[in-house]
Design a protein around this ligand. Structure first.
Ligand SMILES: Cc1ncc(COP(=O)(O)O)c(C=O)c1O
Ligand SMILES: N[C@@H](CCOP(=O)(O)O)C(=O)O
Length: 455
């Protein structure tokens, strides 16, 4: 399997090369040259593995990671799911006859990002060993990607990790997960600005091909295709574990910011797994809600919210959806992205929202939703998951993706239900010194910082 860019101006890459660079050199995002078409035989093989998460992941990823020997790939995947504290890895919890919650917060950093970033860390380790090269990883985070990437790479020889984040806009515990590791190869870089500013500066750094090649720079955000592919697996796992009569009608309701999470489910559907559809659940940063309800994609300022990891306006992975929606016409993708970058808006005529619907949730609503869910089910959800529980459809089964542990957001939970959730791994961080670096969100400042500390 080879991987091509949504902008059509990059030569096809192998899986390992696409993972190593992350963002395509022409500024686009890698997608599979052709999507596999899973037939009844493939679905039956998946079915047989529904209670073996790592086995299912291998059975899925072997269609993409074709340049890694099967035994090696299997071992990398096995190792990637050993640090989850739930035997099912991604437990599917039934709240009532219609409503299931897919718990994606049992990994080491208590958010869904661990599913892909534990794996990506092990893929990088493998690449460093095979190629005899170091890797410097650069990421931008609104709270969860950063800590998951750090904990995927912690202690891996030959790597250094640089994470940009908006200072004061993550939860305090999310910041501690990044800035209290004590590891010498981890750099938490606090910027004045928003996640969008961090992500834009990151893309500019990746745009400097000679800097990128010199430092073997790789991207850990969901611009890296490995992130999306690894995230497809929890949709597959959940779909397989739904009661058979719920499978065909179930809608996946997905807390959404950078559009990587929900895109993974949609791509799985395009490969032939019959998922019915997806609700894009945004917080008050609602560009995607507006897009899917009006066809207009228009940036407004980021508003800090109680669901800070979704405080995003410019959603990277929208470009992958666009590529497929425009019939894989890379020239049109380039034109839309150019217009959008210049004008901050693009209006799609006859916008085809495919199987997506959308909802938005204001800060004023979040504590009430957490309280309602707690009173009805005795179950505490984090503020991001709450956005997806705003208005469950009583007429059909839904699977709500629970993307983070409530313990990461104790203040909001205490306000909502009077209980402060705790997790031992987070408690341990409270006494540790914070090691963060203030940095300007400019490509030059970021490059200078990396050059001085690269692995
Ligand atoms: C807890 C949580 N929920 C939801 C999201 C949204 O996911 P995505 O950015 O892939 O749309 C994020 C961040 O990305 C997150 O950290
Ligand atoms: N919500 C994310 C933002 C980055 O998204 P990614 O999935 O592209 O890495 C975060 O928590 O950092």
């Amino acid at each position: 399997m080879r991987f091509i860019s949504t902008r059509g101006q990059t030569a096809p890459h192998s899986f390992s090369d696409a993972v190593a660079v992350g963002l395509a050199p022409d500024g686009g995002l890698f997608v599979p040259e052709t999507l596999p078409a899973f037939d009844a035989g493939a679905l039956a093989r998946f079915e047989a593995l529904k209670n073996d998460y790592a086995g299912l992941c291998f059975e899925f990823l072997r269609h993409f990671a074709t340049d890694i020997p099967a035994d090696t790939l299997r071992a990398i995947i096995q190792k990637s799911y050993t640090r989850f504290d739930a035997p099912d890895i991604a437990p599917l919890r039934k709240l009532d006859d219609r409503l299931h919650v897919l718990e994606l917060f049992h990994g080491p950093t208590l958010a869904f990002k661990d599913f892909a970033l534990q794996l990506l860390g092990n893929l990088y380790e493998h690449q460093c060993a095979v190629r005899g090269e170091s890797i410097n990883v650069l990421g931008a985070t609104s709270g969860d990607t950063g800590s998951a990437a750090i904990h995927g790479l912690l202690g891996k020889p030959g790597t250094a990790i640089f994470i940009l984040y908006p200072d004061g806009r993550t939860s305090p515990l999310q910041e501690r997960q990044m800035a209290c590791t004590g590891a010498e190869n981890v750099f938490a870089l606090a910027i004045d600005g928003t996640f969008d500013d961090a992500q834009a500066a990151l893309k500019d750094v990746f745009g400097d091909q000679s800097f990128r090649a010199r430092h073997h720079l790789s991207a850990v955000n969901s611009i890296n295709l490995a992130r999306i592919l690894a995230q497809c697996v929890y949709y597959l796992s959940a779909w397989l574990r739904l009661p058979p009569d719920a499978r065909a009608g179930a809608e996946f309701v997905v807390p959404t910011g950078n559009f990587g999470n929900v895109l993974a489910g949609w791509m799985l559907q395009k490969m032939g797994v019959p998922l019915r559809g997806f609700k894009v659940a945004t917080n008050q940063n609602d560009i995607l809600h507006r897009l899917f309800t009006t066809g207009e994609y228009r940036v407004t300022g980021v508003r800090p919210s109680l669901a800070p990891s979704m405080d995003i306006q410019v959603s990277s992975n929208f470009e992958r959806f666009l590529y497929y929606s425009l019939g894989r016409d890379a020239a049109r993708v380039r034109e839309v992205m150019r217009t959008f970058k210049a004008a901050g808006r693009y209006v799609f005529e006859n916008f085809n929202r495919d199987t997506f619907s959308a909802s938005r949730c204001d800060d004023a609503e979040i504590p009430g939703i957490i309280r309602r869910v707690y009173e009805k089910y005795g179950y505490i959800v984090d503020p991001h998951t709450a956005c997806a529980l705003k208005d469950p459809d009583p007429g059909r089964p839904s699977v709500v993706l629970a993307t983070a542990s409530p313990a990461k957001f104790p203040d909001t939970i205490r306000e909502a239900v009077g209980v402060e959730p705790r997790h031992p791994s987070l408690e341990a961080l409270k006494a540790r010194p914070l090691d963060k670096h203030k940095i300007e969100a400019t490509p030059d400042a970021i490059k200078a910082f990396i050059a001085a500390r690269a692995a």
